[in-house]
Ligand binder design. Structure first.
Ligand code: NAD
Length: 256
């Protein structure tokens, strides 16, 4: 019997089989968790639905996180179908392509607001929806972040600022929800070739640098990240909240 047998989790952020969220979903499913999935737009629905169904998922819903009514609909459905929730995975982010190259200085007001809304505020909105369903069930929330929040990474620009806001939001949410037994943590993943990553100008050179400089001398995989997500979304991490856990082959510890 898997260690997550009888548990229920919702996954935000599967776009295709390369998505970090998809590897996390598979790891949770392998331990017996029942999963619900969300998608953005019809084009992605045709990708996400077959993947979700291959894991036996019956709840597959639209959810653009900039739309409060879609968020509300997701949690209403989870309440009606499951009556409660144990895990939530926030594995999503967005910035306009033109904001992910050149100087941060040129970031537009609109581009800044959009990146922060989709990539950071969404965690607050989703946690608020999930919290009533997680009370009394030792709920756990995990969001995906990146080192560009802590140090300047060329071309990451406004997404670095959004990830800093996401990490700090997770900390404040952990403080609010801790008394209810709900934990909130972030995983800072090393660079991985996914749809979102390909939007960052010069991404290949980041992969090359990590391979040369990281203590493990390799890039991490979606599965490396998924194993840490499994830890954070299970009782194995029962005393851990408000943390940023790096899954980056050790890259972030290196100085000169
Ligand atoms: P991905 O493209 O597979 O996933 C990004 C997801 O964000 C997609 O499913 C997309 O539908 C979703 N999304 C975008 N706008 C949305 C909106 N308005 N509403 C709801 N969902 C929306 O790429 P990924 O690399 O798996 O990204 C997952 C997470 O991991 C992101 O937060 C990303 O910043 C983070 N991350 C990625 C890397 C990397 O190198 N790939 C490294 C560290 C952190």
């Amino acid at each position: 019997m898997g260690m997550l047998e009888g548990k229920k989790g919702v996954i935000f952020g599967v776009a295709n089989e390369r998505s970090i969220a998809w590897a996390i979903a598979q790891a949770l499913h392998n331990e017996g968790m029942e999963l619900a999935f969300t998608f953005v737009g019809e084009a992605l629905e045709s990708r996400v639905r077959p993947l979700a169904e291959s894991l036996g998922s019956k709840i597959i819903l639209p959810c653009d996180v900039t739309d409060d009514s879609q968020i509300e609909a997701v949690f209403n459905t989870l309440k009606n179908e499951w009556g409660g929730l144990d895990s939530l995975v926030h594995s999503l982010a967005f910035a306009k392509k033109e904001e992910l190259k050149g100087e941060f200085l040129t970031t537009s007001r609109e581009g800044f607001a959009l990146a922060l809304d989709v990539s950071a505020y969404s965690l607050v909105a989703l946690a608020r929806g999930a919290a009533p369903l997680m009370e009394g069930r030792a709920g756990s929330i995990v969001a995906l972040t990146y080192y560009g929040s802590q140090k300047v990474v060329s071309n990451y620009n406004v997404m670095g600022v959004a990830k800093a806001a996401l990490e700090c939001s997770a900390m404040y949410l952990a403080a609010d929800l801790g008394p209810k037994g709900i934990r909130v943590n972030t995983i800072s993943a090393g660079p991985i070739k996914t749809l979102a990553a390909m939007g960052i100008s010069g991404f290949k050179s980041i992969l090359d640098m990590v391979e040369q400089k990281a203590p493990l001398r390799r890039n991490v995989s979606q599965e490396d990240v998924a194993r840490t997500a499994l830890y954070l979304l299970s009782g194995l991490s029962s005393g851990v909240t408000g943390e940023i856990i790096y899954v980056d082959g050790g890259y972030s510890i290196m100085g000169l």
